[in-house]
Write a protein that binds this ligand. Sequence first.
Ligand code: NCD
Length: 526
Amino acid sequence: MKKDFRSRTLAVIRDFSIEEQLFLYHQTKILKEKWRKKEDISEFQIKDPVNIYIVFVEPSTRTKESFINAAKFHKNARVNIFDSEHSSFNKRESYVDTFNMLTSYGDYSIFIVRTRLEGVPRLLKKKVGEFADRHGIKRPAFINGGDGRHEHPTQELLDEYTFLEHKNFDNSHIKIALIGDLLHGRTVHSKVDGLRIFKNVEVDLIAPEEIQMPQHYVDKMERNGFKVKKYESIDEYLSTDETADIWYFTRLQLERMGEDMLEKAESLKKAVTFREDMLHKVKEGTKFYHPLPRPKINPEIPVFLDDSPLNGWETQAMNGYWVRVVLLSMLGGAIEMETPTEQNEIENKDDEYKFIIPAKITHGTKGVLKEGKRGIKPIDNGTVIDHIAKGKSPEEIYSTIVKIRKILKLYDCDSADGIFRSADGNYKGYISLPDRYLSKKEIKKLSAISPNTTVNIIKDSSVKEKYRIKLPPKIYNFEEISCKNENCITNPKNGEGVPSSFVRIGDKLVCEYCETPHDYGEIWTI
Ligand code: NCD
């Protein structure tokens, strides 16, 4: 079976499976070899009409120019370079409205998008895809050319391709040092998943604490099976005898730093800048890489190294063109991948209510309302929400009760609530709603507002249904939730009107767009 890549989106490197990434690298190798031997490379050219739009809202040299050249390799493509500075972005038009319009100018479009805001490609895939469906246009493909501090998946493609070349295409093992601004650098964040193409991965993180890799990325690398070590500076790293043969430098992202950090930038930079006196300690066969640009004053990789065997960054940057030609070949339908079975993209389906678990009814009559003895009248018919925020402080329990009542609008009926201490000494809250039955939809909402709660449906003075509810796999459709990342496309401050949505991963809720992890309590605005 052949896999068609048209209409696929590359918002994060994980959007392509490991097999798909390896396929792209293999195709790039073939293309480069054919080109070197001056053989026919027309099989890589897109045959069907396609509009390729290059939309860069943040500055760029290499990513933008290599994409323009890669797009022009495809002679049938109509290549459009969008002038974002003089566009309606400056009349406060939303991203979705702008891209909807551009989509309508052709039968099929591929967009390469770079933005300061994070999560934009994921949003465009969803909303502009819906626009295309409404108008019978083929769904466009979106390529993330870098979204804020989040990810830079095409840089990842060219980096991994370059590492494979370095290793003669042996992907059994890699040991890599990531050096520099690991906090703000999106190219190193994409490594967290991109390095999975190697079977055995060791990563040394070299940065002062202030600009070290965020912990959730370190956790993810460990979950991916990588061996991770941290060092404060290149000096400290060189004092060990265990340095990697691949050193990946990144520049300090001054434009993404706050005032406090900018003041310290010079001293932070010293820790991650290479000096001549370090040269004799670098292992034979080592190569230095860098996504570039490097600053002209005090670059992390000094210019005197350009003419040394350490220089891997020039070939790396040149590979950007080839990898992007192939990516466009794939998204334009020129090359298809042989696959044993049809694989569909995995969507999060949460409509099966798997997190609402029917529980055994232990007390036939009014059992749930023993508390009635302490001031609340047992009900004959209606709903009792029990075990609210059990084990939390009475203050937290009270605010959860208020949250439930506000969000589910449980104030337009007879009701009572209270905080009690259960037999095990823990406090818990409950809400009693005579003659009011919660619908399945309301119980589903409740599971997002107050997981680990019990719902009792009472009829004729006995408990007829009882549910224990758990945190659902996805939380969305609430006005009262928001991503805490100010650079996220969903953050209300950015005025794009995109509702927040979170996916449960482990014990965290991860923003569907910018992937910032949140603790359960952090997503609520009330
Ligand atoms: C990188 C980027 O934009 O994230 N550059 C690039 O695309 N080659 C790295 C950087 O700007 O430091």
